[in-house]
Design a protein around this ligand. Sequence first.
Ligand SMILES: Cc1cc2nc3c(=O)[nH]c(=O)nc-3n(C[C@H](O)[C@H](O)[C@H](O)COP(=O)(O)OP(=O)(O)OC[C@H]3O[C@@H](n4cnc5c(N)ncnc54)[C@H](O)[C@@H]3O)c2cc1C
Length: 378
Amino acid sequence: MPLIESNEHKALREAVASFARNHPHTPGTDNRRFWQDAAKLGYIGVNLPEAYGGGGGGIAELSLVLEEMGAAGNPLLMMIVSPAICGTVISRFGTEAQKREWLPALADGSRLMAFGITEPDAGSNSHRITTTARRDGADWLLTGRKVFVSGVDIADATLVVGRTADARTGRLKPCLFIVPRDAEGFRRRPIDMELQAVEKQFELAFDDVRLPADALVGDEDAGLLQLFAGLNPERVMTAAFAIGMGRHALARAVAYARERTVWSAPIGSHQAIAHPLAQAHIDLELARLMTQKAAHLYDAGDDTGAGEAANMAKYAAAEACVKAVDQAVHTLGGNGLTREFGLASLITAARVSRIAPVSREMILNYVSHQTLGLPKSY
Ligand SMILES: Cc1cc2nc3c(=O)[nH]c(=O)nc-3n(C[C@H](O)[C@H](O)[C@H](O)COP(=O)(O)OP(=O)(O)OC[C@H]3O[C@@H](n4cnc5c(N)ncnc54)[C@H](O)[C@@H]3O)c2cc1C
């Protein structure tokens, strides 16, 4: 893996950055137009196969696009879900018909897909999920609940992680179903979140939702492999989302610190202000290096290596983002807490990457057990 970014990647970064800067965005307002314009330029489907309307790139390119959008203050949370998780899973495990139906539409921005795995009684312990699919003739009947699923209202369908009726207990043998937004028995309720984002989170209920046989993506017996085909890209993309947000906050703080003068020199000349900003920059750069490594391993087909690297990248990026945002807010003094300067709402937003899609503690558990071979407490 080259440690220096290729010229193609640099050019893609610059193009996305300039595109995103030309589409200034107020958090919480409709960003569909931005999504569609980005899709027209090939940014949303850059990772999807060319044969199905995508750009033929990988998670390396897609994560770079998301990072640059975030750095410009215009992140697209649904990129973590629609092209990265759903697009990847369908590309790798979908039938020819599913690929034809979904991939060109996900790439050109005309359709979106959400992703639901989290359940109220399972949380971080996915092995406890109980959303269950049982056969009824050629169809499936899906029953269960999900929580915190993002963008279900704006998505045409949700890729739902369930388990089959004969695999109700024991270790998780996940199976994935495409559930159309308006399927009968599929209900959603928005959760009142303290987040200023247009992508809302929902509690979902599936009450004997009837799905045709071809709603199942991949093999019902393929198990965790198919799921992690989607979850590793999700972690890499969340890392990119966090790095973008951290860079955005840091840039705002640096610009302010260069100008704001309350003694005889700008506040940025005081090391108490400058050094933490420099540290935030270093932490973000380091997190980006790990994110690039994880994306590279994933795109090279090393799912196991990518698993460890994606976890570490997500951890490093979330911690770097939380610290960068905190320091940025502090740098602006009272202005850091005004709506006008737009940084205070990032305090909440930055925490998302520490919790989702897998919490900081669960990553530390993963590294303790899988990498260091330490025993488990649970
Ligand atoms: C903004 C947002 C968007 C989201 N979008 C989606 C989405 O689109 N689709 C989806 O499926 N989900 C989504 N989620 C859900 C997210 O993935 C979960 O919130 C996350 O996995 C944590 O689960 P939980 O909230 O149930 O926390 P819990 O599992 O209840 O954990 C609570 C706390 O306990 C800690 N903890 C738990 N177990 C251990 C342990 N063994 N050792 C040490 N500490 C432990 C955790 O680290 C955490 O700090 C979203 C969440 C948010 C906040």
